[in-house]
Design a protein around this ligand. Structure first.
Ligand code: NDP
Length: 505
């Protein structure tokens, strides 16, 4: 735990604990100065318009691509992800840039809206999107480049300035993002503020919109602080995502897909598969195939080698949570079919398959955020749906079946923000779909086409006269009996829907 009086934060490799970087622990006063500077720079950024801003975002994309090998190294140094996973983050952020740079002019264009009825006919009506001046983006440690990119890019494209507060555990990639922004010579509308929780809290205290990704516990504190200031917030929080394997599923595909969906990034994905419900007729066969896939995975640190499948947990505290969930489950009667313990090096924990688990156990009820896959046998679809919904969380779910229509029907019975059929994690790669959690998994969504950028804008309603200014003559002071009666009769005639009421005095 960081001491709030400390000036610098040591960033350590999860592989061996060695210090791989050092960043400032920004104090609340420094945060408020930085946000004031962003506020001063924002109007010029907004006035560039979406096309002008897209020029800078595209330059950032090119910088990211030109530096992708080094960025992969930085990512691995602070997370110990396999290279195959670290190498996804730069292209992912570039895809987000391409999408919003291309579509922002249309998404942010003024909308001419039609009159709702004769009363507003004399006016030209438009809805205008104006950015929140400064957006605070607060991110966790699991995707140190992709998660900031996911929210920073649409916020900048919307015309806001951005204060980014990355996790103290993995701040180096965010610092690189800021370096890229400076090296391309872009306007000073992106600041990375490194530090611990108090730095994040200071960001919430200073900005005009908070986009927070992290645990449900911290999310609640952020929501309270934002409510006190009456600033809006988007919350992307924890999950305990269920998978349902139906008896007609392709079991090889389900085993391979669920091993990946549960263990990608060592299970440190908010919408990782954290519990699997399997229909009784195929339970034994599925468990055997899943165990075989998980046993075959290679774990370790591979630098640029693309040689390992599963990396380490971000830190010791996270590894302890995973170990506790497994130990408590075993003590209560669960069996470990493969894995089940720390490897002994760094913060690695073996990829683990657990069976004979139930809903009284922490490994099924609490977010594990680690490389464990608990599997539960169910009688049928109804029991699977009931158990899948038996959680405070509601981020995403997967359904595995050869009958796609049935899969979609089941998806509509699940209380979650996204359903992937015969796949895991995929919805986040579809930028035109909204990504957000239900229940304690969050408030609001990110991405999802136009809504993903409009969320960073305040809507402004504008009216202007179409022709001669009649309204003023009829409605403004001074009130007079004759005119008042004419207006009220005219209004009655407009809103009534039958002749009797239209003309009754
Ligand atoms: P935390 O909630 O601990 O931290 C998230 C961020 O908030 C960090 O930058 C943290 O700083 C900062 N922070 C801590 N206290 C405060 C505060 N009082 N005010 C403002 N900011 C604060 O989450 P983790 O880093 O542990 O990340 C794991 C969690 O993130 C999991 O629950 C996971 O499910 C969730 N997550 C959700 C996603 C989604 O899209 N729904 C995506 C990815 C992860 P510091 O690290 O320095 O303490």
């Amino acid at each position: 735990m960081l001491d709030s009086g400390q000036d610098l934060i040591d960033v350590r490799s999860p592989a061996d604990g060695r210090v791989v970087g050092r960043v400032p622990n920004e104090r609340p006063e420094a945060v408020s100065d930085a946000v004031a500077a962003l506020r001063r720079a924002q109007p010029a950024w907004e006035s560039l318009g979406p096309k002008g801003r897209a020029v800078w975002l595209r330059k950032l994309r090119d910088w990211l691509l030109d530096n992708d090998i080094r960025l992969g190294d930085v990512l691995q140094s602070e997370t110990c992800k396999p290279r195959a996973e670290a190498a996804l983050e730069v292209p992912f952020v570039c895809d987000v840039i391409n999408y919003y740079a291309k579509n922002a002019p249309a998404f942010l264009a003024d909308e001419k809206v039609r009159a709702s009825g004769p009363m507003s006919l004399p006016k030209r009506l438009s809805t205008v999107y104006r950015p929140y001046p400064v957006v605070g983006v607060i991110t966790p440690w699991n995707f140190p480049l992709a998660l900031p990119g996911l929210d920073v890019v649409p916020a900048l494209m919307a015309g806001a300035a951005v204060a980014l507060k990355p996790s103290e555990v993995t701040p180096l990639s965010a610092v690189e993002l800021a370096r890229g922004w400076a090296e391309i010579g872009a306007p000073p509308v992106l600041r990375v503020l490194t530090g611990a929780g108090q730095t994040g809290a200071a960001v919430v205290d200073a900005v005009d919109y908070v986009q927070f990704t992290g645990s449900t516990r911290t999310g609640r504190a952020v929501a309270r602080a934002a409510a006190d200031r009456l600033v809006p917030c988007g919350l992307e929080l924890g999950g305990k995502d269920p998978a349902i394997v139906l008896a007609d599923a392709d079991l090889d595909q389900a085993a391979a897909g669920l091993a990946w969906g549960g263990l990608f990034n060592a299970g440190q994905v908010c919408f990782s598969v954290e519990r699997v419900y399997v229909e009784a007729p195929v339970y034994d066969e599925f468990v055997a195939r899943l165990t075989k896939v998980v046993e075959s995975l290679r774990q370790g640190a591979d630098d640029r080698g693309y040689r390992v499948d599963v990396g380490a947990l971000a830190n010791q505290a996270q590894r302890d949570i995973v170990e506790r969930h497994v130990t408590e489950a075993v003590r209560a009667g669960a069996r470990v079919l493969t894995g089940g313990k720390p490897t002994g090096a760094g913060t690695f924990f073996e990829p683990t398959v657990l069976v004979d688990v139930d809903h009284t156990m922490s490994c099924v009820r609490e977010e594990t955020f680690g490389p464990t896959i608990p599997v539960i046998k169910v009688a049928d679809e109804d029991e699977a749906v009931r158990l899948a919904n038996d959680t405070e969380y509601g981020l995403s779910a997967t359904v595995w079946t050869r009958d796609l229509a049935r899969g979609e029907r089941i998806g509509r019975r699940l209380d979650v923000g996204a359903v992937n059929i015969n796949d895991a994690l995929f919805n986040l790669f579809a930028l035109t779909l909204p990504h957000g959690g239900w229940k304690s998994s969050g408030i609001g969504t990110r991405l999802g086409g136009a809504r993903g950028i409009r969320k960073y804008a305040r809507v402004q309603a504008v009216t202007a006269p179409r022709g001669p200014q009649l309204q003023g003559k009829l409605l403004w002071y001074p009130y007079r009996a004759g005119r008042g009666r004419i207006v009220s009769r005219a209004l009655r005639a407009i809103v009534a829907r039958d002749l009797l009421r239209r003309f009754r005095r």
